[in-house]
Design a protein. Structure first.
Length: 339
């Protein structure tokens, strides 16, 4: 049986260090842009650096690991991207002090793991790239999948305020880290201190009569806003929408700050990627939320790098989840694509 305690501590350390590197890059946006001559390069640098750090820590602590991640090193190996390579290595060396360029590139490519294994890690090194560039919400999301089911999740949200009364569009100096093991609960801790004492979080059900607060993507391309509006109008209860980037939306639902995260498909045939949901979905579900696709089917992570058998995502406490799934069914949303 896997040593889950050792694995979750290693994953927590990896994500904490990656979060600190991403935060440092975010503080140096102008300097990175000056080096690379590329306005979007800070997120490119942070993406690669985050993946390298997570892969390095997992390998150092756990030995050989299977990691399925979003990035590959080919871009950094091209001569025309030498400036990006230089900036990424500088970021990595903030915590991996003796890393060479070859060490870093090798670590990044650990993320090309074979998903045909029974169990593997999956990583989105920066989920919410536009939020990162706006100095708003993004996440470093690491999940562990066994037989198609996420059994562990660690998610660093470096800009997410611990104080739930604070604005979500303003960066927090400490940020939040969420982690959990299936069947053992979910915990919140400061994102800037791997040794900090955690707090267990539990998602209570929504109280009838209270407004329903829905969190949705800032980027309109990520969710069908008109379908979201139709669903909320059909439910007929008082509601409001808050917008933020990344899998931080799962955390906001898990800790009771919002009552639903709806990711409605924007186009026919779109397939969600496993690293965009594994960690966040596990954390929200373990806290007490229901997490399914828009038809009420469990998310199935056993079909490669995509959620091939699912359409969209609905994450909410049980009462609101039932209302949303019922509204989707009654409105006939997505019925032509039901798998």
């Amino acid at each position: 049986m896997p040593d889950y305690a050792r694995m979750i501590e290693s994953a927590r350390e990896a994500v904490t260090l990656a979060s600190s590197v991403c935060r440092q890059v975010q503080r140096s946006l102008d300097q990175v842009r000056a080096i690379t001559k590329d306005d979007k390069s800070p997120v490119t640098v942070a993406d690669f650096a985050s993946q390298a750090i997570v892969a390095w820590v997992l390998r150092e602590r756990l030995g050989e690991v299977i990691l399925v991640a979003e990035e590959a090193s080919a871009f950094l190996r091209e001569d025309e991207h030498a400036a990006h390579l230089e900036a990424t290595l500088a970021a990595v060396q903030e915590v991996w002090t003796d890393a060479t360029a070859d060490d870093m590139l090798e670590a990044i490519d650990i993320g090309a793991g074979d998903i045909r294994h029974h169990a593997f890690w999956t990583l989105d090194p920066i989920d919410g790239t536009k939020g990162f560039l706006r100095n708003q919400q993004y996440a470093i999301a690491l999940g562990y999948i066994e037989a198609g089911i996420p059994t562990m999740g660690v998610m660093g949200c470096p800009n997410l305020p611990v104080d739930m009364s604070a604005p979500l569009d303003e960066p927090d100096p400490a940020g939040c880290l969420y982690y959990g093991i299936r069947g053992q609960g979910v915990y919140e801790a400061p994102c800037d201190d791997a040794r900090a004492s955690p707090t267990r979080i539990t998602r209570l059900d929504h109280v009838p009569g209270d407004p329903i607060l829905v969190c949705a993507s800032v980027e309109k391309a990520h969710t069908n806003i008109s379908d979201t509006d139709r669903i909320l109008e059909h439910i007929g209860e008082e509601h409001d929408v808050v917008r933020l980037d990344s899998q931080a939306k799962y955390a906001v639902v898990a800790r009771g700050q919002a009552d639903a995260y709806l990711r409605m498909p924007t186009r026919k045939g779109y397939i969600e990627r496993i690293w965009d949901h594994a960690a966040g979905a596990m954390i929200a579900a373990e806290a007490g939320a229901a997490v399914t696709d828009i038809f009420g089917h469990e998310l199935d992570f056993s079909h490669g790098r995509g959620l091939e058998k699912n359409r969209g995502v609905v994450c909410a406490p049980p009462r609101v989840h039932g209302l949303v799934i019922g509204a989707i069914r009654e409105l006939g949303i997505g019925q032509d694509e039901q798998r």
